[in-house]
Structure formats: C-alpha cells, structure tokens
Design a protein around this ligand. Structure first.
Ligand SMILES: Cc1cc2nc3c(=O)[nH]c(=O)nc-3n(C[C@H](O)[C@H](O)[C@H](O)COP(=O)(O)OP(=O)(O)OC[C@H]3O[C@@H](n4cnc5c(N)ncnc54)[C@H](O)[C@@H]3O)c2cc1C
Length: 394
C-alpha cells in the first residue's frame, strides 16, 4: 500500500501532477490516495520531502534473487499444443541457458495425455501440470488464478506466452495480480548484460522498435506473436521432470460457463502456419478484383492474406489481415499483389522465405523486402500467371 506521512507532506502537489493514474490528490493541504493507485511508485519518486512510501506485504516483497527460472505458458486447445508454444520453448531454451536456469512449461488442462512429453521433446526441462475438469474449457478467471498461484509458489523470473486470443485475454490479469509488468506482442527477447529480460516490440505505429525492461518487479512477463521465434527440433528422447500440481477448487471457479465451442473462420484459416500465402491489397480495386488473389491462392494450395486496406474495404475478413494489427506469417512463399509495403504490413510478412511482389509502381517500398519484383498491372499479370499454372496442370 501507499503510505502517506501527513506530517512530512507539505501539499506541494508534485505527486498529483506526476501520477499517471489520477490516483493521488491534494486535499486540504495533504496528499490523499484513491482506489486507482497501482503502486507504480511514480509519486514516491517525485516527492521531494520523502512523505510517500510504498509498503508491500510479504507476498509483494520484491527480492529479485528469489525469482528464478524461465516459464512458458503451454497453450493447448482442440487436442493440440499451439505452434507458438513450441516457438516460445525455442527462445526459452536460449534465455534459460543465458541465465543458467531451467526452462519450464505450464500446462493447464482437463486431461494432459502425452502433452507433457511433447513439451519436454520441444525443450522444456520441467512441466508443471494442473489437470482439472474446470480447466477443460478456457476461462480467464480459472486460468488466471491457476497461473498466478503457481507463479507465487515457484517464483519464476520470466513468464512467456503466445500473443494469441487466449493468452491476450488472461495474461494481463496475471501480471496485474502479481503486481508486475507485461510487454505485449514482443518480436525479440534477450537477456541483457544487466541480467534482465530485454523485451523488444514495435511502438508508435511500428515506426520504432522499443526495448522494455522490468527491473524492479518479478516475474518479467511478455507475450510473443506466433511465427516470430524459431522452435527447437523436437527430440522425443529428451528427459524432463513432470510436476503435478493442484489448485484450490475455489480458485478454479469461473463466472463464465462454456455452452458450446464454435471454431471461427480465423481458426480454420491457419494463415500463420501456411506454406504459401497470396496476399492482396488496395491495388485489387474491388471485391471482384480481389477474387484473382483467391484464385491464385487456391491453385497454389495456399492461404489468402490481405493488407488492412483490403480488409477495411470489406473484400475479405479480418482473419486474413497480415501485419502489425493482423497475423504474422513466415511462409515459404509470400506473393504480395497490389500492396505498397507499409511498415505495418511488412512487419507481419518479412520473415517469409521468398517474397514476390507485384506492383505497378516501381518505387513501391514492398520491393525493398521482395526477392522477386514484378512491375506492372496486376490485372494483366495475375490472369496470365493463373492461366500458365492451369495450362501446366492440364
Ligand atoms: C497502428 C496501425 C496499424 C496498422 N496495421 C496494419 C496491418 O496489420 N496490416 C496492414 O496491411 N496495414 C496496417 N496498417 C495500415 C498501413 O499503414 C497501410 O495503410 C496499409 O498496409 C496499406 O495497404 P495497401 O498496401 O493495400 O494499400 P496502399 O498503400 O494504397 O497500396 C496499394 C498499392 O497497390 C498498387 N497498385 C494499385 N493498382 C495497381 C495495379 N492495377 N497493379 C499493380 N499494382 C497496383 C499501388 O502502386 C500501391 O503501391 C496499420 C496502420 C496503422 C496506423
């Protein structure tokens, strides 16, 4: 809690001026704190008469050395471990080696089957399992409480999760409950010379890359987009420790009840894992024009991607959007049709192995990241490419 020494307080208002949450005000010449206080400590740092202090109870005491180990939240849905979990175990292996600590996966589920062994094969040294019918369907409160309780018990220094709908939904509440920081949508993670986790992500509309640290709190928490990190090659012979945990039933109660699970277009689409992506942008002009992209994608057994301009125009659904506010892809072949190459788009596709760009503007920035560039009108080029492929197959 925030302690206010009313004798020392001179009512100068520096705390009020600097509080990011409007949580402290000067009333009758003395500072008064309200419920919006997050204990961020900004007011304490700005108080010139040392009238403010944060007092933490035992659970909140921050002894950095007491927190050790790298954790990955293992996302397990529809009978499968999410690919991003394997990618996090890949980067987690490097981070754990740099810190000289163990890498653990945390599996919350109804029934674990052989998943713990899969996680060990993918790089985990330890798998913490909580198996409970209450965790068979995802709910923010049950998953959040379970992860929080495990973190309080084992004190990992880092918790990583995929920037997926599930993790985005409950990881922030875990960070809030543990009174620590969370960096969302990281594109790079490394241990700095200071021993802290350096978490890099695009900021200010993707115009700069910001590296964020969490020096005073633990665990250091980050979500990472799918297809950004490299997974380890699975080794089925790897050995690891499996620790079965139970969580108090009251902590697994959820205010939500799952009535039915319906897979959305986005889940069926699997754009992030497609080998071939044919993406269209504003250059396709109309919904009718966009059909050329869909036809080429179908011929190449690929997925359809899109720029935000194409999605905003209503030619294709949001699950197809590639980029900063859409999906990240790392396909073997990415064909960008009528896409200018804005940074917010490029950030979501630049890891693709071979990038082909078709654009009538020779100066379009998409050509800066393309391996093959075709300058010309896509309404002439795409029908010819489609025809050629059909000819070869007939
Ligand atoms: C915070 C933020 C987040 C964003 N997130 C995303 C995101 O996730 N994904 C995303 O894509 N964008 C995103 N954007 C938008 C992004 O900045 C661009 O506006 C968008 O990517 C442009 O889409 P485009 O390339 O299809 O359209 P344009 O920039 O209009 O480019 C169209 C291109 O088509 C070419 N063209 C036109 N006609 C033809 C033709 N007949 N033949 C060949 N070429 C032709 C033109 O030369 C041009 O290069 C975001 C923006 C912000 C501010």
């Amino acid at each position: 809690m925030l302690l206010i020494d009313t004798e020392a307080c001179i009512g100068c208002g520096l705390c009020e001026d600097n509080c990011p949450f409007e949580a402290i005000h000067v009333v009758d010449g003395k500072a008064v704190v309200n419920d919006s206080c997050t204990l961020c400590g900004t007011c304490v740092d700005h108080c010139e008469v040392a009238a403010l202090a944060i007092e933490r109870d035992e659970g909140e005491a921050i002894d950095l050395a007491a927190w050790s180990g790298i954790w990955v939240f293992a996302e397990y849905r529809g009978g499968k471990v999410a690919q991003v979990t394997n990618e996090l175990l890949g980067v987690g292996t490097e981070l754990a080696a740099q810190r000289g600590v163990k890498l653990a996966a945390v599996l919350l589920c109804g029934q674990s089957g052989d998943v713990p062994q899969q996680l060990i094969a993918a790089g985990a040294d330890i798998v913490y399992i909580v198996e409970d019918p209450a965790l068979a369907d995802f709910s923010d409160d049950a998953y959040g409480n379970a992860l929080e309780d495990l973190a309080r018990k084992y004190k990992p220094e880092v918790i990583l999760a995929g920037a997926t709908a599930i993790a985005r939904s409950f990881i922030p509440r875990v960070a809030t409950s543990l009174i620590t920081g969370l960096t969302a949508d990281c594109t790079n993670l490394a241990i700095g010379d200071d021993g802290h986790l350096h978490q890099t992500r695009p900021a200010f509309g993707g115009n700069i890359m910001a590296t964020i640290i969490c020096p005073k709190h633990r665990p250091q928490m980050a979500t990472v987009r799918p297809m950004v990190m490299k997974a380890n090659t699975p080794d089925p012979a790897r050995q690891g420790e499996i620790i079965v945990e139970t969580i108090a039933p009251v902590r697994l109660q959820s205010r939500a009840r799952v009535v039915r699970t319906v897979f959305t277009e986005g889940e069926q689409l699997n754009l992030s894992e497609a080998d071939v992506v044919v993406a269209g942008g504003r250059g396709l002009d109309t919904r009718e024009g966009f059909k050329l992209v869909e036809e080429l994608a179908a011929l190449l057994d690929g997925a359809v991607g899109a720029s935000r301009a194409a999605v905003d125009s209503g030619w294709v659904g949001y699950p197809h959007q590639v980029g900063q506010t859409g999906k990240t892809v790392a396909s073997k072949l990415y064909v960008a049709c009528g896409i200018s190459g804005a940074i917010q788009h490029v950030i979501g596709m630049k890891s693709s192995e071979i990038i082909v760009a078709i654009n009538r503007d020779p100066k379009a920035t998409i050509f800066d990241v393309a391996d093959y560039g075709v300058v010309g009108d896509l309404f002439e080029i795409l029908p010819r490419v489609i025809e050629k492929i059909k000819e070869r197959r007939s």
